[in-house]
Design a protein around this ligand. Structure first.
Ligand code: CP3
Length: 346
């Protein structure tokens, strides 16, 4: 055993005496104290850009469940906003942006004022380093360029990301220009987070799974590979977790080609396949279905143990396969946390 924090040990494939855990979207609407703070802050974006509130909200789940990692409270869409795109979060509707779907509109985005806009986020990261418990690891994050671009081009979420996929087919050069800008912006954004104290980075590629394989290489692998190269120039050892959600059998190629340290796996991957084909390549994080966390009871408990039994033999971090949803009963999060914390590694 080393003196490393548990989560960092797992990310280095070092031995651990229990399985570390945290949950994607661990801060958010399922917590009454979050709803209370969002009301006084004004809106979700007001929370993201107020270091006082963002620190408080980041800490809320840790106080209840003592996860091994804290994730910066922010959103992947602050990056397009910092590039000059209009962004709102409407109640019950999710994010709404003014679509950038032509060469002209994409050329209208710029990095001028980018870091000034994001200064409150950097300040939040800086303060979190001192605010979290000593044994807890601080995760910084960004959206991967493909996922961020799907929202930028379409102007809102969509089940099929049709606007971005069409632009990439019909005007590849224009789309490439947007992706190049996102690679540059995201690299700089993450480097600043690391300089301010983020100890691990996670790149969320929520919509990677919907790309055909040649497009997956071009838009999910290539940009992430470049971002990781850019970060590693000055931060060669920073652990970077990739989450190419829905990538299925392409996970191994993604791991080899991008140079990620670890991957977050979604709910669909068979556990024994993950054990045999992914864990030999890198540490794995995942993958309880967030809706089972809503359901609770014996079904949830059985699955938590199945995941632990299958994956705790290799480098593993317990997590969900996607983010916590608002209707999740906090007691279920408490129960899963207890099971994971008490689990004896065989
Ligand atoms: O995990 C954490 O606790 C850290 C904070 C975090 C948020 N969003 C806060 C949030 C992180 C890491 C994200 C990532 C994010 N944001 C992703 C990638 C991961 C994923 O969930 O797929 C995406 C696609 C977004 C964009 C986004 N933000 C959408 C589509 C929505 C609306 C849907 C929804 O859940 O409301 C958001 C809003 C959002 N981001 C909320 C939170 C806490 C809810 C805002 C509120 O309080 O109303």
């Amino acid at each position: 055993m080393t003196n490393d924090k548990l989560f960092l040990s797992a990310l280095k494939s070092n031995p651990v005496n229990r399985i570390p855990f945290w949950y994607m979207r661990q801060a958010g609407r399922y917590l009454p104290e979050y709803m209370e703070r969002r009301k006084t802050a004004g809106s979700f974006l007001d929370l993201c850009y107020s270091p006082d509130f963002a620190v408080e909200v980041t800490l809320q789940p840790l106080k209840r469940y003592q996860m091994d990692a804290a994730i910066l409270f922010s959103d992947i869409l602050v990056v397009p906003q910092a590039l000059g795109q209009h962004l709102e979060f409407r109640q019950g509707e999710g994010p709404v942006l003014t679509p950038v779907d032509t060469a002209n509109k994409i050329n209208g985005l710029s990095m001028e004022g980018f870091h000034e806009h994001l200064a409150p986020v950097y300040e939040t990261v800086n303060r979190l380093g001192a605010a979290i418990p000593e044994t807890t690891t601080l995760i910084g994050f960004a959206g991967a360029p493909w996922t961020v671009a799907t929202y930028m081009v379409q102007g809102h979420g969509s089940p099929d990301q049709a606007a971005a996929r069409s632009l990439a087919f019909q005007e590849e050069d224009v789309f490439q220009g947007l992706m190049d800008l996102l690679v540059k912006a995201t690299s700089e954004y993450l480097i600043k987070q690391i300089e301010k104290g983020a100890e691990v980075i996670q790149l969320f590629d929520t919509w990677a799974g919907n790309l055909p394989d040649d497009q997956f290489r071009k838009w999910a692998i290539e940009p992430v590979k470049k971002i990781i190269e850019n970060i590693r120039v000055n931060h060669p050892d920073i652990p970077i977790i990739g989450f190419p959600r829905g990538a299925g059998c392409r996970y191994p190629e993604y791991i080899r080609a991008t140079g990620v340290t670890a991957v977050s796996i979604d709910t669909t991957l068979p556990l024994d396949w993950v054990r045999d084909h992914i864990q030999p390549l890198c540490p794995v994080q995942g993958n309880l279905d967030p809706l089972l966390l809503v359901a609770g009871g014996p079904q949830m408990e059985k699955r938590v143990l199945e995941i632990l039994d299958c994956l705790s033999g290799g480098p593993f971090i317990f997590n969900l396969g996607h983010g916590i949803v608002p209707q999740t009963p906090p007691e279920h999060v408490a129960r899963v946390s207890e099971i994971v914390r008490e689990y004896q590694i065989k």
